[in-house]
Design a protein around this ligand. Structure first.
Ligand SMILES: [Zn+2]
Length: 122
């Protein structure tokens, strides 16, 4: 069964396989982040902006604010939880209070691109 993920209520909830799993109003502790100039951002999540799957991880970008310095914006991709049993759609959310490292990526849930060797230049 393919895993489906959505955000509900203007990004207030992450839904996995039609079950509300993660509420956004949490403090996330972000390390190695570009979000603000803090070494570790105390990030108050306000809404899921994008949701995606990188099996077995469910990932998302979150809008919110660093309560340390007041910078607000959208994070890079964070792992929100894992689908541990794709057949039954069992999902375990991460603990937002542990350390998370946002990850830049260009796209989600797509197969790796084939390296087409177009070396016919010139
Ligand atoms: Zn900050």
């Amino acid at each position: 069964m393919p895993t489906s993920v959505h955000q509900l209520d203007d990004g207030a909830w992450l839904s996995v396989n039609d079950a509300r799993e993660v509420n956004v109003s949490d403090l996330w502790w972000l390390a190695r982040q570009d979000f603000c100039s803090c070494a570790m951002a105390d990030f108050l999540a306000e809404g899921f902006v994008e949701i995606g799957i990188d099996h077995p991880n469910v990932e998302g970008r979150i809008a919110g604010q660093c309560i340390e310095c007041g910078e607000s914006g959208v994070t890079d991709w964070l792992t929100l939880g894992r689908v541990v049993d794709p057949d039954e759609g069992r999902f375990f959310a991460v603990d937002p209070g542990s350390v998370h490292v946002p990850e830049r990526r260009r796209r989600l849930a797509s197969p790796p691109e084939k390296a087409e060797n177009n070396s016919g230049r010139g």
